[in-house]
Design a protein around this ligand. Structure first.
Ligand code: PNW
Length: 471
């Protein structure tokens, strides 16, 4: 018999607004930084944009039916801020709010718990024009938006997630520039880190002010799971430094109430942290019902003499500017083993380690795996079936890794497969497919891959079957 998950464990799947909705200029939606960026020549693979994406805006009923057929307990979706508040502040767009009310109502009627992310990277363009995340006003605008959503949708949302992966928003958006808005300003990226942290705290507080102390509020981080290339103290220090800039820059203020001293010292030549105003750290340090972790792969680092590799295992398109602000003497080793189509390694033990490390460091804070999955070059059989054994093996091994952490005492409450559908994979456009369900971008037809059938069986039985290891 395989591993059995308790009935209280939440199995779900996840998407994000810009990656699936399309209808970019419909229903009163305003432009976001991803509209601007994806329409900039050379920014995305093949010039792909989210103008149509999976056309979920028009096909959402069908997609909810797929969730029903998968049998998932929960669905993690995000709200497009410019769809509900086109300018990022000021009046709401009733048509946009009505769209999400309809979707959320259908989910509730189907018994699927909506996990709603307020920010999965589609910042209203007007706010970027006024400075974007490097300026404090953006965090204040986010508080207003979060409060408005709590009022408008609070009766329909199971769990609120303030931000998705602020690491990507700050460092890919403002340091390496491979994500919108495509800026390459390391000092501004650090200001963005802080204003994203502040936005999280302000939003968490506002949601509880609107809905009561028992409102379920969380945040999702892409914690990088670093390992040292050797057991030398130098390489251990490389891990410490990378963990500081990548992970503790967020977990420090959010979970411990302060920026780590070693991070502040490491960044002395980049920033003096003058953007931290009196009282900010108290605002950011909010109680959470759970911490969301998005996990895909591991990263090996070593201390280098000078300069660092820009082949940084991030699976994004080449940039000459590093996302690793202030880091000049760390080298990221090339990933090893069978890689996914993103060029990411497959190392499930990293997920077990990460869950155990967080449960040891933050006892009493439940954990949720809010994204996990893999892109592979799926093949469509002549009969139309999509056999994706590598994705099945990846999911199998990583869900087993979650179970291993739980057996060792980690309080993991759920797992969301990324993604429900093939979708707009940011800078990679439609050239990378993460879906359980295939999308034909000509016809927009949805086809279940083998992994979708496999996942539906897992959700129904709660039992992880034995399969071959990752190959
Ligand atoms: C996450 N990196 O993105 C996002 O939350 C999803 O929207 C996305 O589709 C998924 O993972 C797969 O990529 C990331 O460069 C994008 O390290 C880039 C990186 C990490 C996560």
């Amino acid at each position: 018999m395989g591993i059995v998950f308790p009935p209280t464990f939440t199995f779900g799947s996840a998407t994000a607004s810009y990656q699936i909705e399309g209808a970019a200029a419909e229903g009163g939606r305003g432009p976001s930084i991803w509209d601007t960026y994806s329409h900039t020549p050379g920014a995305t693979e093949f010039g792909d944009t989210g103008d149509v994406a999976c056309d979920h805006y028009h096909r959402w009923r069908e997609d909810v039916q797929h969730l029903v057929d998968l049998g998932v307990d929960a669905y993690r979706l995000s709200i497009a801020w410019p769809r509900v508040q086109p300018g990022g502040s000021g009046p709401l767009n009733p048509e946009g709010v009505a769209f999400y009310r309809e979707v959320l109502t259908a989910l509730n009627e189907a018994g699927i718990k909506p996990y709603v992310t307020l920010y999965h990277w589609d910042l209203p363009q007007e706010l970027e024009d006024a400075g974007g995340w490097p300026v404090r006003e953006t965090a204040l605008a986010f508080e207003g938006y979060a409060r408005a959503m709590a009022r408008e949708l609070g009766d329909l949302v199971h769990t609120w997630t303030t931000l998705n992966e602020p690491w990507c928003s700050a460092y890919l958006g403002y340091a390496s520039g491979v994500h919108a808005p495509g800026r390459t300003e390391p000092a501004a990226a650090m200001a963005a880190v802080h204003h994203l942290n502040l936005a999280h705290g302000l939003a968490a507080r506002a949601i509880r002010e609107e809905l009561g102390a028992e409102a379920r509020v969380s945040v999702t981080l892409n914690v990088h799971q670093f390992y040292a290339a050797s057991d030398s103290p130098e390489d251990a220090d490389a891990v410490r430094q990378m963990d500081g800039i990548a992970n503790r820059a967020f977990t420090g203020p959010m979970l411990d109430g302060a920026y780590p001293e070693d991070l502040v010292a490491d960044l002395a030549e980049v920033t003096d942290f003058a953007f931290v105003a009196e009282g900010d750290l108290e605002v950011i340090h909010q109680p959470l019902v759970a911490l969301g972790l998005n996990y895909y792969s591991t990263t090996y680092v070593r201390r280098a003499v000078e300069g660092m590799s820009v082949s940084d295992n991030a699976g994004h398109r080449a940039s000459t500017t590093s996302p690793w602000v202030g880091v000049t003497t760390v080298e990221i080793l090339p990933p090893e083993g069978p890689l996914t189509a993103m060029g990411w390694n497959q190392e499930p033990r990293g997920l077990t380690d990460q869950l155990l490390e967080f449960s040891a460091r933050y006892p009493g804070l439940p954990l949720m795996v809010t994204e996990n999955g893999a892109a592979f070059e799926d093949e469509v059989s002549p009969d139309g079936a999509v056999h994706d054994p590598k994705r099945v093996a990846y999911l199998q091994d990583h869900i087993a890794a979650v179970a291993a952490a739980m057996e060792q005492g980690a309080d993991v409450q759920g797992y969301f497969a990324w993604s429900l559908l093939d979708n707009f994979e940011w800078a990679w456009g439609y050239a990378r497919r993460f879906g359980l369900i295939r999308v034909d971008y000509e016809t927009l037809e949805r086809t279940w891959k083998d992994s979708a059938r496999w996942y539906a069986r897992l959700v129904a039985t709660r039992e992880l079957p034995e399969v071959d290891a990752v190959g």
